[in-house]
Design a protein around this ligand. Structure first.
Ligand code: FES
Length: 102
């Protein structure tokens, strides 16, 4: 099956730093479980990723097609990110990484 996903999420689970900074496997597992239980596996893909080069801000994930980054993810933030952004397309502004202005 060659799906073009509506939303594609990469969670850093196998970099050297993120797994030491938070429960990356639990974050990934919760996301996958929710997507599966809602029957959204054909529309939304949750992938493991290696280092995304944002190690100091881990755990991190990036969501496409928006290219929105979430940093310092806490497990308790995952349901809101899932519901509002991953499933309904509205990034959770309070958690979105915002670069400092130069
Ligand atoms: S180890 Fe996760 S971004 Fe580098």
């Amino acid at each position: 099956m060659n799906n073009i996903y509506e939303r594609h999420v990469f969670v850093c689970t196998s970099g050297k730093t993120c797994p030491k900074k938070g429960p990356v496997e639990d974050i990934l597992g919760l996301m996958r479980q929710e997507i599966k239980s809602r029957g959204l596996k054909d529309k939304i893909r949750i992938n493991k990723s290696g280092c995304l080069d944002w190690c100091d801000s881990g755990p991190v994930m990036v969501c496409y097609p928006e290219g929105v980054w979430y940093t310092n993810i806490q497990l308790e933030d995952v349901p809101q990110i899932l519901e509002e952004h991953i499933i309904n397309g509205k990034p959770v502004e309070r958690l979105v990484y915002k670069p400092e202005k130069e």
